[in-house]
Design a protein around this ligand. Structure first.
Ligand code: AMP
Ligand code: GLY
Length: 423
């Protein structure tokens, strides 16, 4: 069977790597991919948002399954176009992708189906939003409605910071149309965790839990990034809490999708904040988390191809998902300056020495090839992912491996895993 993976980050490298392990898969293509992916799959130079070109590619090459990595093609309806042409594709239709594509839709959906979340109000007028912020006081959270490449959420510590954020989004239009509407949200304090599940609209299969580290600096300090590291499982989500999330969050999501006539086939990522012992939903994503996918897929003991194909074909009830007992951790190596401005094209050294290491896989994110060398091409460059019998061993394995790698301006957090060890 032939598979096409759309995307070119660390998540997609992990997807390609795991799909390749299926005895049923004969060939994997990735559009556009990256330097690491090109070592194990054939990279195709088509952008993820070019649905027509991707559909042509799939028809011409007899692709049996297409897997969509990032959110943008999902929100613009790639799955709808593929379904119209009877192609098997993993990911939700555009109506379902609204759960991530519009934060207003997503919060209103939570409210309609009684899903626990922070109190909020929606605005399309700057003056009214600013007035509400003054009334509520700080800390307070400002969110642009649409997709803003992970930059549309500002957790403001002061009223001034919140007003500045509103001005940036609504007056300066920093995120274009994504900021036409804005959410002003109560600020929740607690520990975050990621809960993902597969669904074909009927059956629900929860995946292993995980925890991301969004801030750039150790101790969860500094601005938010796409994610600087993750581990799986997340000890904060106990067995009991998982059951509570299934009942209070996943159940209502499935009921809501059904009631709104959305036939959702893909993964739903629920961003959880544990607040005074209760899980609150911060956000939904309609794709695998990045970097959470890297440790989760490293722990998966089932055939990913079968799982994703069964999801896409509406027969998720036929498959079973198994996990390795080991813990997995992924530490992201980023470019100097990220999440702000950064330079590209820095030569990466030491990757060869890690190629055959047991228990360690280096997933590429922002990498490319220049004159035969692997060079940096993005903010998040690599995700060093390691397994271990417990979190401490996995952490040791990952940080030991990192010592082998070097590029100019390489930065990483030194505390990924510490929170889990303290539990
Ligand atoms: P989102 O894209 O909605 O998940 O927001 C990105 C990040 O902003 C989250 O992972 C949280 O760290 C933070 N955040 C979002 N909403 C809230 C909230 N209501 N209270 C506190 N922090 C939040
Ligand atoms: N790691 C968070 C996300 O994928 O949105």
């Amino acid at each position: 069977m032939k598979v096409l993976v759309i995307g070119g980050g660390g998540r997609e490298h992990a997807l390609v790597w795991k799909l390749k392990q299926s005895p049923k898969v004969t060939k994997v293509y990735c559009a556009p991919g990256n330097a690491g992916i090109s070592e194990i799959a054939e990279c195709v130079d088509i952008k993820g948002d070019d649905a027509d070109a991707l559909l042509d590619f799939v028809k011409y090459n007899w692709i049996d399954l297409t897997v969509v990595g990032p959110e943008v093609p999902l929100t613009t309806g790639i799955v709808d176009s593929f379904i119209k042409e009877d192609r098997v594709i993993f990911g939700p239709v555009a109506a379902g992708a609204q759960l991530e594509g519009s934060k207003v839709f997503s919060k209103d959906f939570m409210l309609r189906y009684g899903i626990p979340t922070a109190e909020y109000k929606t605005f399309s007028s700057y003056l009214q939003a600013a007035e509400y912020v003054r009334l509520k006081g700080a800390p307070i959270v400002i969110k642009a409605d649409g997709l803003a490449a992970g930059k549309g959420v500002i957790v403001a510590k002061t009223v001034e910071e919140a007003t500045d954020a509103l001005s940036l989004i609504m007056k300066d239009k920093a995120f274009g149309d994504a900021g036409k509407k804005v959410l002003v949200e109560q600020c929740l304090v607690g520990e975050e965790a990621s809960f993902m599940f597969l669904t074909d609209g009927k059956t629900v299969v929860p995946l292993a839990t995980s925890q991301d580290h969004k801030q750039i600096f150790d101790g969860d300090k500094g601005p938010n990034t796409g994610g600087m590291g993750a581990y799986s499982p997340a000890p904060v989500l106990t067995e009991e809490l998982n059951e509570e999330i299934m009942e209070d969050v996943v159940g209502p999501i499935m009921k809501g999708l059904k009631r709104e006539g959305i036939n959702y086939r893909g993964v739903i990522y629920v961003g959880i904040m544990m607040c005074k012992g209760k899980p609150y939903v911060l956000e939904f994503n309609v794709r695998f988390g990045d970097p959470e996918a890297q440790p989760i897929l490293s722990r998966l003991d089932s055939d990913l191809f079968e799982l994703l194909k069964a999801t896409a074909e509406g027969r998720l009830n036929e498959v079973e998902v198994k996990w390795k007992d080991e813990v997995a951790i992924c530490v992201v190596l980023s470019s100097k300056g990220y999440p702000g401005e950064y330079e590209k094209g820095k030569k990466i050294k030491g990757l060869d020495s890690l190629k055959d290491k047991k228990d360690v896989v280096v997933f590429h994110a922002g990498t490319g090839l220049k004159d035969g060398d692997v060079v940096t091409s993005g903010g998040r460059v690599l995700g060093v992912t390691a397994l271990g019998k417990d979190i401490r061993t996995a952490q040791d394995n990952a940080y030991k491996a990192i010592k082998e790698i070097d590029f100019e301006g390489m930065y990483y957090r030194k505390d990924i895993g510490d929170k889990a060890i303290k539990k």
